[in-house]
Design a protein around this ligand. Structure first.
Ligand SMILES: Nc1ncnc2c1ncn2[C@@H]1O[C@H](COP(=O)(O)OP(=O)(O)O)[C@@H](O)[C@H]1O
Ligand SMILES: [Mg+2]
Length: 289
């Protein structure tokens, strides 16, 4: 369901880059509250750069990010961390740090000199370990886990932080399809049952379509399209933005579109093979009138 709640996270006229290099220029964005938004776009188009700026890990060259009406750059780190959790792309843990310790670190923003580690923190951590299926790994060092286990440990930490807003950069990296679906089902529960606002980057377009209420399509540092997946995804967009020839069909499982890449391995429309759809104008330039 699309929320009509006012946006808690807003980007205003953001310009981002590294050194002299500008990656994102004059970008405006209002993140919908209480729903899952996914940023998609080709490699190197600036998705991680934008997410890092939204999470205050990257200082804008100009423009600002506003969280609950305040410029995020003027807020204290702890105050940001209580509202906004971030899982960066390919995070690394200090050598030897155990899964249990990593997930406990998610609770740090909630502690202070008057509020020490409590039974609340204990149960939040246990809950997060359980939900992400890494409870059995609590005593294992993070750097000795498989890619999939490690990714779930990091998600567990982000979950333990208990923030209303979660930024996840490619949370399914290293995961096979079954584990990707498992992690995204978990993300979905965080939004459905716990009312969290999720902004993530996914490279798998069909999973992005399936698990998002809103899509943001980026190309060369700009937002070229945004809206509901069923309104945004089209064969033309896939060709224009990703250079991907694909046919878009009805997903037999959900009410979302399903992207089927064409490639060269199979001759589209060959005898006994799939038939070319009339809508697939890319490979059928002859039908101009
Ligand atoms: N730390 C960095 N220093 C310099 N350039 C970077 C850095 N991180 C990313 N870039 C460059 O910025 C561009 C956008 O990168 P990124 O935001 O990571 O893209 P995406 O996440 O969409 O693949 C790329 O050209 C990349 O090489
Ligand atoms: Mg990235």
């Amino acid at each position: 369901m699309t929320s009509i709640d006012p946006s808690r996270l807003v980007a205003e006229d953001l310009t981002l880059g590294y050194g002299d290099r500008i990656v994102v220029e004059n970008l405006d964005l209002q993140v919908h509250t209480g729903v899952v938004t996914t940023i998609i776009g080709p490699n190197g188009c600036g998705k991680s750069t934008l997410l890092r700026a939204l999470g205050r890990l990257l200082k804008p060259k100009s423009g600002k990010v506003i969280l609950d009406g305040k410029a995020i750059s003027s807020m204290r780190t702890k105050d940001v961390a209580r509202v906004l959790g971030m899982l960066p792309q390919a995070p690394t843990a200090p050598e030897g740090l155990t899964v249990g310790d990593l997930v406990s670190r998610g609770r740090h923003p909630h502690q202070s000199w008057i509020r020490q580690w409590s039974s609340d923190d204990e149960s939040e951590v246990a809950n997060a370990l359980e939900l992400t299926g890494v409870g059995d790994l609590a005593d294992r060092p993070v750097d000795e886990l498989s890619g999939g286990q490690r990714q779930r440990a990091w998600i567990s930490m982000a979950l333990a932080q208990g923030t209303d807003i979660l930024l996840l950069d490619e949370p399914t990296t290293y995961l096979d399809l079954a584990h990707s679906v498992e992690v995204l089902d978990l993300v979905d529960r965080m939004h459905e049952d716990m009312g969290r606002t999720v902004i993530m980057v996914l490279h798998d377009l069909n999973l992005a379509v399936r698990y998002s209420d809103q899509l943001i399509v980026m190309s060369q540092g700009k937002i070229v399209e945004s809206g509901r997946p069923q309104d945004v995804i089209s064969e033309q967009l896939l060709l224009d933005v990703f250079g991907l020839e694909a046919t878009v069909i009805e997903d037999p499982v959900s009410d979302r579109p399903l992207i089927v890449p064409i490639g060269t391995r199979h001759v589209y429309g060959a005898v006994g093979g799939p038939q070319k759809s009339a809508a697939h104008s890319v490979a059928a330039p002859q039908s101009t009138n």
